[in-house]
Ligand binder design. Sequence first.
Ligand code: 13P
Ligand code: SF4
Length: 356
Amino acid sequence: MDFSSTFEASTSLPAVAARRYAALPRPSLQFTEEVAAKTAPQWEKMKSVVPSVEWPFFAPYIAAINDLKVVRNAVILAHNYQTPEIFHGVADIVGDSLQLALEATRVKADVIVQCGVHFMAETSKILSPSKTVLIPDMRAGCSLATSITAQDIRAMKAMYPGVPVVTYVNTTAEVKAESDICVTSSNAVKIVESLGVDRVIFLPDQYLAKWVASQSKVKIIAWKGACEVHERFTGAELRAFRDADPSVKIIAHPECPPDVIAEADFTGSTAAMIDWTKKLGRGRVVMVTECSMADNVAAEAPDIEFVRPCNLCPHMKRITLPKILDCLLEMKHEVEIDPVIIERARLPIDRMIAVK
Ligand code: 13P
Ligand code: SF4
């Protein structure tokens, strides 16, 4: 697909430039021999997890998106919960929230397309304010991010003066701007302990807070937020899996309730769960998290048999190949944040990154 004749040439897109860029014409999206040949490496990676009947639909989008990334000088950052055709087909960088945030500080491209949820796109914008950050669907939210406001944090700080506010990255930029330090699920315990205090306000995930409390002597003052995906798992359903096969390994995300984590052989961030599974190499694994992740790992760990107590994140699933294509064709939807909030929200994220 050749977009060059209609592209308004530029090697450097300044931020907030999307509106100045002409929309490009839609490619034909036919599954031709040329498209099949061009997407053969991606098909090779995901053919064990994507039904072959779906490939003629996905392949033209993958080819067009990968061409457009070059034209727009764009990079796609995709969270581990994205579906295989995005994760293996068009993403340049994949990872958990921490890895994606770190990568956002290193991106050289002019445009970041965030295939994940809105708070992740905001984090990229905060860390790379001069870049154009696009999200394929603005409605891709998060039940944790909507569970707390900046006003709620100010009220907590008034209630517990002097107690540091430790905020999960699954929050809005405004909430981060009121916080002392951010955490992700992969560094929460380390960061809480690094502060050298005997108690912290830890927001907004009540279950992540409980898990951190179980790993540390620091007293945790929690909020009542929860992930709508992970709170649905139960210890009883995991015991049923283990009763059916005592050799099964159960690995859980720390956003799960305590009775679920009590059944787990390993608890960690999405990236840590992937590493653990790949190191295991073979066997049967119950992956207690959003279910696209097991598909993504299955493509790379053929000797693992996954049991998927499948809970989908409706927000992550708003991101699709057709929307990514539209995003690059029309340079939409741009994530914009008040520069004052960017400056204040950057501080707690930088403090998090600085903790080695
Ligand atoms: P990770 O940082 O572990 O990828 O978690 C992000 C998330 O939204 C989990 O639901
Ligand atoms: Fe938010 Fe849960 Fe979806 Fe992660 S899985 S984005 S925490 S709702």
